[in-house]
Ligand binder design. Structure first.
Ligand code: DQA
Length: 145
């Protein structure tokens, strides 16, 4: 089983940006945490972070036929990007939407998620553990298919 862990804009700034919302772990800490978790479960994982919408769309398209599931925090593009929604729909790869913060309890604009309608599950407000829960969900979901 192979999982792509995709992160959108400003998530490379984890540990520096708004720790009251996103905690103190860095992006590298996050990658290591997921990597170790996946290793224990014999799941292969690949990581990609970009601040650019088109680069995320390209990566989703490249995943077609190569990846079984996607763990995706589209960050600010969650609330704006039809292109990212369409990319996830195009490849039909089971995708879990993850947010570190509890987006539904923040500003109104963060309650809108374009990608949600294409996601098999949404996880919010669990900090970076949300990514691990997304891996659990996907491995279960994929094994049952
Ligand atoms: C986020 C929430 C988004 O609203 C925000 O733009 C982010 C991170 C989260 O992980 O909580 O960049 O996706």
């Amino acid at each position: 089983m192979k999982i792509l862990v995709l992160n959108g804009p400003n998530l490379n700034m984890l540990g520096i940006r708004e720790p009251e919302h996103y905690g103190k772990e860095t992006y590298l800490d996050l990658v290591k945490k997921i990597e170790n978790y996946c290793k224990d479960k014999s799941i292969e994982c690949e990581f990609f972070q970009s601040n650019h919408e088109g680069a995320l769309v390209d990566k989703i398209q490249e995943a077609y036929g190569k990846v079984d599931g996607i763990v995706f925090n589209p960050a600010a593009y969650t609330h704006t990007s039809v292109a990212i929604l369409d990319a996830v729909k195009s490849v039909s790869i089971p995708t879990v939407e993850v947010h570190i913060s509890k987006v539904e309890e923040r500003e109104d604009f963060r309650r809108v998620s374009y990608i949600r309608q294409a996601a098999v599950k949404t996880i919010t407000g669990l900090g970076t553990d949300g990514y691990l829960r997304a891996v659990d969900f996907l491995s279960d979901y994929l094994r049952k298919r």
